[in-house]
Design a protein around this ligand. Sequence first.
Ligand SMILES: [Mg+2]
Length: 336
Amino acid sequence: VQVGTSHEAEYDSFLPLPERELISRIRRLSRRRIAGIATGRLIAGIGDDCAVVRIPAGHEALVTTDFSLEGVHFRREWHSPQFIGHRCLTRGLSDIAAMGGKPLAAFLSLALPAKIPQRWVDGFLEGLLKLAKQFNVPLAGGDTTQSPGKVLADIVVLGSVPTGKAVLRSGSRAGDRIYVTGDLGGAAAEVDLLYSRRGGKRTSSRRPSFVPRPRINLGRILRQRGIATAMIDISDGLSTDLSHICEESGVGAEVWVNAVPRADFHKRPVDLRSALHGGDAYELLFTAAKRTRVPAGIEGVKISAIGEITRGEGMTLVQSGGKKSPFKPQGWQYFG
Ligand SMILES: [Mg+2]
């Protein structure tokens, strides 16, 4: 297929480009973004039936897939298309980080309503491809189709990890300490604010204060140094994601309330609910044996001890005075 320019004039139109032109455009944009990177790794990409990706010798493949659905994971009226594209890829990269892996290639399936401006689609791709470039991840394929209703984006990320070395959710043992990277609750507090303003004069957050960074390097370092016994990324909220580690490891957990690092929002720490249950943080939650020396930070990212893995089932919150209460998974969906 000749990469046509006939539709360039329709850049500002209120309709997305027809599928063939859209794919050509994605291919062109992604080539521009990743020119010179990933050579030798990507043997065939967009334009063939399958991508052909070389897995480094002595490594295993990691594969993750994540939906970003309009009305469930984002709202077009609240966030810029660049932010939505950025977060779409962040969700995939963050999963690779949580295994201690390295991303090799990304694949995007995009269903677009008939009446969406091509400008929006371009903004989405711009945000996604900018992040892809920062992490040296080529967009190696995907699919586009028309959606009967809203925007649906599905990101697949292929990564690799040395054979047998992936950090699983199932490795926690009683007595392990629980750690998180960065601060929690910022993105959730921001969404709460958007909700509270609904019906008010301004409801958009075109420039969100909390732009998530996938913790790829941190995840790899935690694996390489043999620090993490189990790991997960906080996409659904601390309570929900910690419960996944507990379930897979067959253990319980105690979380020290005052040790949970809260993000600052409008110059004040976010409320406890946002920090304990708020999603979209994309920080890493991991456990380490008690005797393991865990640094207070790695590559400028703070690491906080927030609790301890216990025998048996269930999670408990421990107040500073020692008072204990049940800690239930309560990650919530924001945009529905
Ligand atoms: Mg995950």
